[in-house]
Design a protein around this ligand. Sequence first.
Ligand code: DGI
Ligand code: FE
Ligand code: FE
Length: 205
Amino acid sequence: MKNYDMKSYQKKIKHEMDDGRYQHTLGVMYTCAALAMRYEYDIQKAQLAGLLHDCAKCIPNGKKLKLCEKHNIQITEVERRNPFLLHAKLGAFLAMHEYGVNDKEIVSAILNHTTGKPNMSLLDKIVYVADYIEPRRNKAPNLPEVRKLAFLDLDAALYKILSDTLDYLDEGSGEIDEMTMKAYEYYKAERQAAAAGPDEKEENL
Ligand code: DGI
Ligand code: FE
Ligand code: FE
């Protein structure tokens, strides 16, 4: 894989965000590296995905909508009502066009880091989980449990985060994006099938 100049990416991204967001970004970057070590993924690629995952986060919401329209990035009804969600799609676009990242796995991980999606790649999962558990995070419920789980069973951690996120949204904290629900349903079914074991799975066919 290509050798990325991490220092210059860090310098560039620092200028695009406030300090709190930059500290979160560094936390995600190093947590991605740790998960990559644990699950045998390319460490540098995981770090770069973590470093860039929120590159569009600090763009004001009105500008996010305008930039998506300008670059023909599809905006769903839910995204129009909750423009912050667009920082994932816009971030993936900017990673390619502003940061010159062509690696499809990195772009996909940025694209899917907020809602998740069905059938995520290993890097998608690493970034999604790292974003939730990085050291500076302190609001989510069950953080100590999810942090430990992330290093024991990545899919179990992913499912727990999806489930806790939906609970949080259900309490009235936000409108549920279709992709968040699809991701949750997909991993719920996958975990049920795995728990049932191969025999029962065939019986259910
Ligand atoms: O950008 P970050 O804050 O680091 O993290 P993120 O991109 O994962 O965004 C986290 C927020 O996104 C968190 O408050 C939960 C929210 N979220 C995830 N899925 C959905 C959602 N918000 C809404 N309204 N709908 C969703 O489906
Ligand atoms: Fe984000
Ligand atoms: Fe983030």
